[in-house]
Design a protein around this ligand. Structure first.
Ligand code: MN
Length: 176
């Protein structure tokens, strides 16, 4: 519930370009990274993750279509959600650009790493990070989790269903 302070969400977002948004609750906001190719359970996959502005906590549960013309206009689903825990001092590690954390989501589990890419001197390159899976029991080098589990963990819907022509209402998939 509210105040737990360690909730996480990964949105799948189809805006100007398709991407996934990793969001971690910290200090009353959602620290956010846009990951164009999405997260992977294979440690060999190093995924670009562009830091974006902190989002309000209320965004954790958002699923729907952001109106065209607004920032991030397009459909967005709750692709994964759960909790997270730092594997060190989160503030210090974010500051130094080597941030290791553990996810306990419905699709993503175990350790992950975000490393800030160094730019040339004078480059404002602080927004670019790399996201990759740490070696642990949750590694899966066989399954493309993005293809295997495209659905929302909130509603069971795929992102395409949010913009499909109106169809007869059907009940959302039951959650355990
Ligand atoms: Mn986004």
């Amino acid at each position: 519930g509210a105040g737990d302070g360690n909730r996480s969400v990964v949105h799948k977002h189809s805006a100007t370009a398709d991407h996934y948004d990793l969001r971690l609750e910290l200090d009353g906001v959602l620290k956010s990274w846009a990951v164009p190719k999405g997260p992977s359970l294979n440690p060999a996959d190093k995924r670009l993750a562009a830091a974006t502005e902190d989002h309000p906590i209320e965004y954790l549960d958002f699923e729907g279509v952001i109106p065209a013309g607004e920032y991030g206009g397009g459909p967005m689903i709750v692709w994964d959600r759960g909790t997270w825990a730092p594997m060190g001092d989160a503030h210090r590690d974010l500051g130094k650009g080597a941030f290791k954390f553990r996810l306990a989501g419905e699709k993503l589990r175990g350790g992950s790493m975000l490393t800030r890419r160094k730019g040339r001197e004078g480059d404002d390159n602080k927004v670019n990070w790399l996201l990759f899976k740490e070696h642990d029991m949750a590694v899966d080098t066989e399954t493309d989790i993005l293809a295997a589990r495209p659905e929302s963990v909130k509603s069971g819907r795929r992102i395409e269903e949010l913009v499909a022509p109106a169809a007869p209402a059907k009940p959302a998939r039951l959650q355990p």
